[in-house]
Design a binder for this molecule. Structure first.
Ligand code: CMC
Length: 429
């Protein structure tokens, strides 16, 4: 890592700030000593210009539309890898050898069941509870079940917690789904791979055989790979911030799930599908495009735009291909929602407003259509995102705990409230 300096004129003095270069990507002006040296804070709502940490996991070039995990392009991983291979890569930093992969698959597979007592936890929720609400609660509750993996100072326990989370998340997600639709829970089947096992736990019923369709399992796998990590996004930053206080990993992941739920983040795939069905027909697209451009209308085209990508989201391209594979396999030829999606994408990509603001379709634009075709209700979409993102969250959490520069995350503020004043008794107010 090379070092140069930047100069800041402030308070009549010139301050030298270290400039650090990563292996690739923009340089970073190190302001860690700014307050000590100048008495001033920086102000950056939404952290648009702030690197909150050093990381070697994921690299995004939003202008070029590039996404790399540990250096490997996402399209190559999605095309040739399987999800657990990507999990290994994110957690350990390198692609596994055959022996390492077999061992890792075995270790994850052995942890797919959840403590039987956890099944009782579900019945405390209303049947019509949103599955993400159930996920926040049940994943947080893992810390009450697996005490032997909550000592974050022990590397072995950290890895056991990581593997438990990767392994149990699909089981908990499938249970949330089954509870939501009133069907009995289906236990994991360890002879199946990660994605096929998940489809099995969601769609099998005890009264008949269920054979997982390999094309659909591969599509599920790809969806998991595409969502596995995305550097310091809102939910990952939430996990890191929660973890920076020394909280246990299960509680931190529950915090990440809560953040992911929002429609500006993981909730967008659900919102995108709701929007496509609300548009309903290609004839109504201009009306919605006009609304999206209207400053006085809070409506936004869901599945469009991204904080980092100012080019086509590389994941959206793969997702679009996967959508067509799934619809082809299921013989869905005329999906009105797909027609609306394709036409909406075409119009938006040629519209001056979207071009000027660099608003391209993001991954959520196509993932909703695919998940619907796979048989999931919209309420499950963000849950599936959480299943996939768990490995990213836990890899980032581990990296943070193992970083010697790690300190509790504690941002400062620009205070604009009342200055000091005396308390007034209620009778005199
Ligand atoms: N439709 C219409 N206009 C938009 C949209 C949109 N989807 N997204 C951004 N804009 C406009 C926005 O009004 C603003 O215009 P102006 O400069 O005139 O005020 C400009 O583009 C910049 O938007 P911003 O809100 O400042 O950008 P941001 O980086 O803060 O927000 C975003 C990024 C993803 C929250 C936003 O684009 C959005 O709300 N998109 C729809 C929701 C969505 O699809 N989210 C999924 C993100 S990808 C998966 C994930 O992260 O989980």
């Amino acid at each position: 890592m090379t070092e140069s300096t930047a100069k800041l004129e402030f308070g009549g003095k010139t301050h030298e700030l270290k400039v650090r270069s990563g292996s690739v990507g923009p340089d970073v002006i190190d302001i860690a000593s700014l307050y000590k040296d100048t008495g001033a804070f920086t102000y950056d709502p939404g952290f648009t210009s702030t690197a909150s940490c050093e990381s070697g996991i994921t690299f995004i070039d939003g202008d070029q539309g590039i996404l790399l995990h540990r250096g490997y392009p996402i399209d190559q991983l999605a095309e040739h890898g399987d999800f657990l291979e990507v999990c290994y890569l994110l957690l350990y930093g390198e692609l596994p050898t055959k022996a390492q992969k077999d061992d890792f698959d075995l270790r994850v597979t052995r942890h797919t069941m959840v403590h039987e007592q956890m099944t009782k936890f579900f019945s405390g929720f209303r049947r019509d509870a949103h599955p993400m609400a159930v996920m926040c609660g049940v994943v947080g509750a893992l810390s009450a079940f697996y005490h032997d993996s909550t000592d974050i100072s022990d590397p072995h326990q950290r890895m056991v917690a990581s593997i438990r989370l990767i392994a149990k998340m699909p089981t908990i997600a499938a249970m949330a789904y089954k509870y939501y639709i009133g069907q009995p829970f289906v236990y994991p089947k360890n002879e199946l791979n990660f994605a096929a096992n998940f489809l099995h736990m969601c769609f099998a019923v005890p009264c008949e055989d269920y054979k997982v369709n390999p094309v659909l399992a591969r599509a599920m796998e790809r969806i998991f790979i595409l969502h596995a990590d995305h550097e310091q996004n809102a939910s990952t930053s939430t996990v890191r911030l929660a973890g920076s206080s020394g909280a246990n990993p299960f509680a931190c992941i529950a915090a990440g799930i809560a953040c992911l739920w929002g429609p500006a983040h993981g909730g967008a795939n659900e919102a995108a599908l709701t929007m496509l069905s609300e548009i309903g027909h290609v004839d109504r697209i201009p009306e919605f495009i006009a609304r999206a451009k209207d400053k006085n209308d809070p409506f936004r085209l869901m599945g469009f735009g991204h904080r980092v990508y100012k080019n086509y989201d590389p994941r959206a391209k793969i997702m679009q291909k996967t959508t067509h594979e799934v619809l082809g396999e299921l013989g869905i030829k005329d999906d009105p929602m797909l027609d609306v999606a394709i036409e909406l994408e075409r119009i938006a990509l040629t519209d001056e407003y979207f071009i000027e603001k660099k608003l391209y379709p993001n991954i959520d634009f196509y993932s909703g259509i695919t998940l619907k075709a796979l048989g999931f209700p919209t309420a499950m979409f963000t849950v599936l995102f959480a299943v996939a993102r768990t490995v990213g969250w836990i890899s980032q959490w581990k990296e943070m705990i193992e970083d010697p520069h790690q300190r509790i995350g504690r941002p400062r503020q620009l205070y604009t409230g009342a200055t000091e004043r005396d308390y007034v008794p209620i009778a005199k107010r």
